[in-house]
Design a binder for this molecule. Structure first.
Ligand SMILES: Cc1cc2nc3c(=O)[nH]c(=O)nc-3n(C[C@H](O)[C@H](O)[C@H](O)COP(=O)(O)OP(=O)(O)OC[C@H]3O[C@@H](n4cnc5c(N)ncnc54)[C@H](O)[C@@H]3O)c2cc1C
Length: 215
């Protein structure tokens, strides 16, 4: 049975940073991740959206090139190549996720791929093996909030409705998209798809978007 000073469950920004720091400070550390190192931020959140937004910004800038003193022949067709956009997004994500893997390795963190269950205080079961820890850091992240709207669960199950993870995996650029919510993630996707030329409708129950920014 392997023994650790610190076990970290979850390989997102919360977990991998804690694991690297713990190892740097001399603790024998294990990080357990059931899906992908990097968590939501690297794989489905911050990084893929910013990579896609970079394309969207460039697309907008090219369309407005004359404002910047660049004349583009009016016969030139400028269009989004969705497959290439997605391929670049995947390449950036893979590169950064790979970088985190290297950092963990170089700092001596043991990484286990599997679903961690705390069976009893001090013991974790993962992949049918048990390891022990003195201290545990739970960094298991969050889930998409599903509002209580009739038919929503069903529509989500059959793929008519997607969440933010679905949005960065779309097979093609949507002609029209309805976005539910007015928080940062909703506004980020509204900005993205609008800049890419989709017809975007944002549904927000209160009278203002991005309420948090008022605080
Ligand atoms: C579209 C989008 C854009 C975003 N953009 C930004 C941004 O620009 N800037 C910013 O600061 N934040 C952004 N965020 C938020 C950011 O992604 C989260 O704040 C961040 O990922 C939280 O990190 P975390 O480590 O707490 O959790 P997560 O990243 O969710 O990681 C948790 C990990 O735990 C793993 N896990 C869960 N249970 C177990 C288990 N039992 N055993 C093993 N592993 C387990 C999961 O597989 C997951 O990999 C964005 C989010 C989204 C959705």
């Amino acid at each position: 049975m392997k023994k650790y000073d610190i076990a970290v469950i979850g390989g997102g920004p919360g977990g991998y940073v804690a694991a690297i720091k713990a190892a740097q400070l001399g603790a024998k550390t294990v990080l357990i991740e059931k899906h992908k190192i990097g968590g939501v931020c690297l794989n489905y959140g911050c990084i893929p959206t910013k990579t896609m937004l970079r394309t969207a910004k460039l697309y907008e800038d090219i369309q407005n090139a004359s404002h910047f003193g660049i004349d583009i022949d009016t016969n030139t067709t400028i269009k989004i190549d969705w497959d290439k956009l997605m391929a670049r997004k995947n390449q950036v994500v893979n590169q950064l996720v790979g970088g985190i893997g290297t950092l963990l390795k170089h700092n001596g963190v043991d990484v286990i791929k599997g679903h961690a269950d705390v069976v009893v205080q001090g013991k974790i079961e993962v992949n049918n093996e048990v390891l022990t820890y003195k201290h545990l850091i739970i960094a298991t992240g969050s889930r998409t909030f599903m509002p209580h709207i009739k038919g929503l669960e069903e529509a989500y199950s059959n793929g008519t409705v997607i969440d933010s993870t679905g949005a960065i995996h779309l097979k093609e650029k949507p002609d029209r998209i309805v976005i539910l919510g007015g928080g940062v993630v909703a506004i980020e996707f509204a900005t993205l798809f609008n800049a890419l030329g989709s017809d975007v409708t944002l549904l927000q129950r209160s009278d203002e978007i991005l309420k948090f920014f008022r605080l």
